[in-house]
Write a protein that binds this ligand. Structure first.
Ligand SMILES: Nc1ncnc2c1ncn2[C@@H]1O[C@H](COP(=O)(O)OP(=O)(O)OP(=O)(O)O)[C@@H](O)[C@H]1O
Length: 628
């Protein structure tokens, strides 16, 4: 049992007794009673640690109470602030520990009630404070990772234990009551434990029984997965092949140890939590499908679609640079995934060959959303994340925040990677590369053998001014990736993919969405990328935002006023392992200076301090607010 867990668990116990007269309601009281009865129960307060969102199945909190607590939640942390997913009202889907199966708790996602904001975030400071919002039957509470729990936080943690009747090792958004895969509020999809898509016994094919035994049956399903061979190692853990001994299906199991009571463990959980939150909301053919997650005493397992072909990076290492038709094909699919992602105001932030998987049919799957982040409506992101060689200048400089356009830059870099087997700027050492990206007007070299269309496409992506870069949807109309005969259908489909709610008939698309979808059809000039700039009158939401971002704002309204350099984080992904570090060989796609601590590399750096020479040479721009 993790030491921190025990600590938190006992503190939680104390805190409940302190709140015996909590105004919560009878449900809480019932919960306390049950807690006493079950005090030997070893269930851990994972919710308090990682910000899991709990929603008792049968608690009866009056609407009045709900409103009150929601207000508290909003006041205390409803806007969880910078770097959170609060705008989406999404919660933390980390599952409860497997051992909590004796716990009578039903876990749901946050946001079902008041959408009070994110539960935790990998905040810009890299701080380990978890800002936990707990939804208790539409009641939002806030706690934090340092255990200074508010009264609102204490009670539900205890009360929940005795309240409801089912236990799930499933993803918390999973609703055992809904055979349709929707939450009861009809808003959120749940995520059953991993069954591969298309499986005859997959949740989509088989409505779950609504009998009292369904939780057990799900556990049985879960236990059918056997961990197989190691597929690869990432920053936070290992990825194994999963085999379903019942139906022969496979999945990828990303396994992370959560045993130690240390900073990196918490950080790791937060990062994974972020990845899970995002993944659980996504469903697209070009994005690795999330199946579910499972928390045991020592490990968190995330079940994902298995993509057997490996990453683009790996293919490049094995087979060398791709021919242009392959690059075109892959690029179109990456764009399709990005258009979908960006349509949800989510930026991947780490697009590069190592994060893009390929299945045996050549189908592309964007993977690893540990770096991805929703962009809140008010703030652009100021944190400093990504892989340096694929980083957009605005990310490197980190002056005004950045937005979806960073993925477009990284896509341009990835195309160069596919064409040459090397990342752009690879002739420079890490810091020098960052200097080149952030503080020069230089462009990476574009191989001569590429077609004019390819060159034009790459130049469009690699425009230093983010607002000048076309959106993913727009780029799908570029001749380099456009299928001339199916352009019309493609464009319409892409628009639907990017704005599914806008085009599924459930609501009328907004003017901005329609404007954006019209932009999908704007024509590209084949010959001159510089003439392809998007007319200002046809700005998509992102471009509009960028325009706003370019306007100086007063310091008092600047996010930087609240999130100064100390709050910027600098989580730089290392280059793939096959890109040697400086000093290891003549190739130097990495640099110890900028990849100091990995896998425990969660290093909070102020890019301004880290690379001060850049700052002094860059025109000082007023901090601005990006509104998307
Ligand atoms: N869904 C999957 N299907 C097949 N293999 C996978 C899948 N996900 C990951 N892998 C393999 O496992 C390896 C590790 O993946 P993981 O996402 O943990 O780390 P990463 O992509 O190397 O990035 P990071 O270190 O930043 O987390 C990948 O390089 C890939 O080879």
């Amino acid at each position: 049992m993790p030491a921190w867990w025990r600590k938190r668990s006992s503190r939680s116990k104390d805190s409940v007794s302190e709140n015996g007269n909590s105004p919560r309601n009878s449900a809480i009281e019932n919960g306390k009673k049950t807690w006493k009865e079950n005090k030997d129960n070893k269930a851990k307060s994972f919710d308090e640690v990682s910000g899991i969102v709990l929603r008792p199945k049968q608690s009866k909190i009056s609407p009045r109470n709900s409103r009150d607590y929601a207000a508290i939640g909003r006041e205390e942390g409803g806007s969880s602030g910078f770097g959170s997913a609060s705008s989406l009202g999404t919660g933390h889907p980390l599952p409860r520990p497997r051992e909590s199966s004796t716990d009578h708790v039903q876990i749901h996602g946050i946001g079902v009630g008041y959408g009070s904001g994110s539960v935790s975030s990998v905040d810009s400071s890299g701080s380990t404070d978890d800002h936990a919002h707990v939804v208790f039957d539409q009641v939002a509470f806030r706690g934090n990772g340092d255990n200074r729990l508010s009264p609102q936080m204490r009670s539900p943690g205890r009360g929940l234990r005795g309240i409801s009747t089912t236990t799930s090792t499933l993803h918390p958004r999973f609703s055992l009551d809904s055979p349709t895969g929707k939450m009861e509020d009809g808003k959120s999809e749940f995520h059953r434990l991993p069954l591969p898509p298309g499986s005859p016994t997959s949740p989509s094919a088989l409505p779950m029984p609504r009998s009292p035994g369904r939780a057990e049956s799900l556990c049985i399903i879960s236990s059918k997965w056997r961990k197989g061979r190691l597929l690869g190692r990432g920053t936070f853990g290992h990825v194994y092949l999963g085999f379903n001994c019942e139906n022969g299906q496979m999945c990828a199991i990303k396994e992370v140890r959560v045993v130690s009571d240390d900073q990196s463990s918490k950080e790791c959980l937060k990062q994974l939590n972020q990845e899970i939150t995002l993944l659980s909301q996504l469903s697209h053919v070009n994005i690795v499908q999330y199946y579910g997650s499972d928390l045991s005493e020592e490990t968190l397992s995330v079940y994902l679609e298995y993509v057997s072909g490996g990453s683009i990076h790996k293919l490049l290492q094995e087979y060398g640079p791709f021919g242009e038709p392959v690059i075109q094909n892959y690029t179109r699919q990456i764009l399709s995934g990005l258009a979908y992602l960006h349509g949800r105001n989510t930026v991947h932030r780490d697009i590069k060959g190592a994060k893009i998987l390929v299945d045996p049919n050549g189908e592309i799957k964007l993977a690893d959303f540990g770096m991805a982040k929703h962009i809140t409506s008010c703030y652009s992101m100021l944190s400093f994340k990504g892989s340096p060689y694929w980083m957009a200048p605005e990310v490197v400089m980190n002056t005004n925040g950045y937005s979806l356009a960073v993925d477009i830059w990284s896509l341009g870099c990835t195309i160069l990677e596919m064409a040459t087997s090397k990342p752009p700027w690879s002739q420079y050492e890490g810091v020098a590369a960052i200097f080149k990206i952030g503080n020069s007007k230089d462009m990476p070299e574009i191989p001569d053998h590429l077609s004019n269309d390819a060159k034009s496409f790459i130049r469009l992506c690699l425009q230093r001014e983010p607002s000048a870069r076309p959106t993913a949807s727009q780029l799908l109309g570029h001749p380099f990736v456009r299928n001339q005969t199916t352009i019309k259908a493609t464009s319409a489909n892409i628009t639907r993919e990017a704005f599914p709610r806008a085009f599924d008939g459930s609501r009328t698309p907004t003017a901005l969405e329609m404007q954006s979808s019209r932009l999908n059809n704007f024509s590209f000039d084949r010959d001159d990328a510089s003439r392809l700039s998007v007319p200002r009158t046809l700005l998509s939401p992102r471009e509009s935002a960028s325009t706003i971002a370019s306007l100086p704002v007063s310091p008092s309204s600047s996010p930087l006023r609240h999130y100064g350099p100390a709050h910027k984080s600098c989580f730089i992904s290392p280059p793939p392992s096959s890109y040697p570090f400086v000093g290891q060989s003549s190739s130097n796609y990495g640099d110890h200076l900028i990849f100091p601590l990995r896998p425990t590399m969660r290093n909070t750096l102020d890019p301004g301090l880290e690379i001060p020479q850049f700052k002094s040479q860059v025109p000082v721009r007023s901090p601005a607010r990006t509104i998307l």
